[in-house]
Ligand binder design. Sequence first.
Ligand code: TYM
Length: 330
Amino acid sequence: MKDIVVSGIRSTGNLHLGNYFGALRNFIKMQDENNCFFFIADLHSLTTHPKSEDFHAKVRQVLAEYLAAGLDPDKATIFVQSDVPEVSELYTLLNMLAPVGELERTVSFKEKVRKQPDNVNAGLLTYPVLMATDILIHHATKVPVGKDQEQHLEMTRMFARRFNSLYESNYFPEPTAYNFGTELVKIPGLDGSGKMGKSEGNGLYLADDEATIRKKVKRAVTDVGPSVENAPMPEAIQNLFTILEAVSARDTVDYFRDKYRSCEIRYGDLKQQLADDICRVTLPIRERILAITSDANYIAKVAREGADRARSSASKTLSEVKQIMGFKPF
Ligand code: TYM
């Protein structure tokens, strides 16, 4: 059966391997079989970057990267969040169903309060409501995201349930976070701990050239190596293996795991392999990014047509929601 699939990526910077393996690769796999809506979350970007000189250029870049990675506007609706004003209106309505205490307990909010204490804005607090709106406005059933978005999906389900029960309707389906085949993905950085992220400064980007990728991988944090057989793996080394598992063949991963277990591993060899396999995945995408970025007309056409399709789905939901809630035209 066809699912309705919705997901987005913020436009705060170029797409990295975490975005690719956590989200974008699933978008591409899902677009053949399902009714998909994939967008660029430029409104969400304002919660951390309220003013950037190149705001529009970044949206354009992510759109080009979507297309270069293989998203097909003939198969999926590809659009920019702010081109669909219905999202902002439904967001206002759903905000009434979101207790502040609940929002304050969200892990991502608490993290941002720590990271940007001088800009704890209301948009950060209601980030999960806007994200739920993105999803519910198209009646999504599946949402391909990385592991870090799990709690936001739980909250989306809660808002859907709350709406359905308050207005005694069965209107919104409860969507689930989705990864093709397996558990949700978390791609770590190369700096020893934590996830790969745009603001962490530890990203391997789809648009990076070969020399940059090789340099970044070479600099990845390691240790002196195991000194006893079957030694437990420290986080920095596990992280290299997690990325290897994403980009390399099974027997390559097994080979290096055996070498680690028997204390024969040479991190230089592991890094060489890792860089080779990352390049194999990203360099063809990089080439297409360069080609598509120079085709301004094509990018504009995709955005316009995507906005039309997304708006027609979103406006239907918005008017039904308003009717359920009791709004009536005079
Ligand atoms: P953003 O831009 O932070 O991340 C976009 C997608 O990339 C995934 N991701 C990762 N996955 C694995 N490992 C990583 N290191 C990693 N870093 C990022 C994220 O899980 C996400 O799937 N709130 C969303 C954007 C959004 C959205 C939505 C998503 C707005 N509305 C509606 C789905 C549905 C976000 O965090 O974007």
